[in-house]
Design a protein around this ligand. Structure first.
Ligand code: NDP
Length: 245
């Protein structure tokens, strides 16, 4: 299997896209650490499924809003498994509303979880990722196309991931580490359920006319994590059903 002997860390691996990514990387052969903030039960269930598939798993409570927790998750992974090959920065929070409705605390919280946390985790991981290392971030299709009002804070946070990806690709390329961004379109999770109040409108904005599944996003991460994608770096892979087309 393509990730045999490798170790991956997936932030926000307890549910939704992160859980699908954690399970897929384990199916590809990796041992997997996953973080959560509130949902210990869901995180433990994902870990049990990884172990049932014959891989090692580690569950770490780490709040992306807490700067110390971001590096701690990387260090605990390395302490447990002895190495880190793949970091998937996935944990994120949504934010929808007119710009005037966001209090300073909202702005700080969203930027802490969606921007500062992946930056700090990447910084900690960069010290451990060796040749063949992979840094993969989950952004959003709204970084390419904002479909309507109310997205200022979320789009701000996700667009920042494009710059981080390009800059770190330049910085880590000489070490044999690739850095890439996956931008999902509307994907059926608790954050954005396919039967939610604005789901039909979001589905209609895609070329294929439907929501994506977490597994479809995980497939793209699996491709970018594999050795065969070693010449792909500094780029964005949109998995958005044509939302940006
Ligand atoms: P979910 O809300 O379904 O899951 C979020 C995950 O992130 C959970 O594991 C949750 O942990 C964790 N998490 C949330 N806040 C924090 C925090 N402060 N610190 C650490 N972990 C946290 O979201 P999705 O799976 O839908 O989203 C995953 C990523 O994909 C996000 O970055 C999101 O912005 C992005 N995305 C999602 C789209 C969609 O339509 N669903 C579209 C485009 C991008 P816990 O279980 O403990 O709460």
């Amino acid at each position: 299997m393509s990730l045999d002997g490798k170790v991956a860390l997936v932030t926000g691996g307890s549910r939704g896209i992160g859980a699908a990514v954690a399970l897929r990387l384990a199916a590809d052969g990796a041992d997997v650490a996953l973080t959560y903030r509130d949902n210990a039960t869901a995180a433990t269930e994902v870990a049990e499924r990884i172990k049932a598939a014959g891989r090692r798993a580690l569950v770490i409570r780490a709040d992306g809003a807490d700067a110390a927790d971001c590096a701690k998750a990387v260090e605990e992974t390395v302490a447990e498994f002895g190495r880190l090959d793949v970091l998937v920065n996935n944990a994120g929070v949504g934010a929808v509303g007119p710009i005037g409705d966001f209090a300073l605390e909202d702005i700080d919280r969203v930027l802490a979880v969606n921007v500062r946390a992946p930056y700090l985790a990447a910084r900690a991981a960069a010290a451990h990722l060796g040749h063949g290392g992979r840094l993969i971030t989950i952004g959003s299709c709204v970084a390419d196309r904002v479909p309507g009002p109310g997205m200022s804070l979320y789009a701000l946070s996700k667009t920042a991931m494009i710059g981080l990806t390009k800059a770190l690709a330049r910085e880590l390329g000489a070490n044999g580490v690739t850095v890439n961004l996956v931008q999902p379109g509307p994907t059926d999770t608790a954050m954005n359920p396919a039967d939610g109040p604005y789901a039909a409108e979001q589905a209609s904005l895609t070329a294929v006319g439907r929501y994506g599944t977490p597994d479809e996003i995980a497939s793209a991460v699996s491709f970018l994590a594999a050795e065969s994608s070693r010449y792909v770096t500094g780029t964005t892979l949109s998995v958005d059903g044509g939302h940006a087309a």
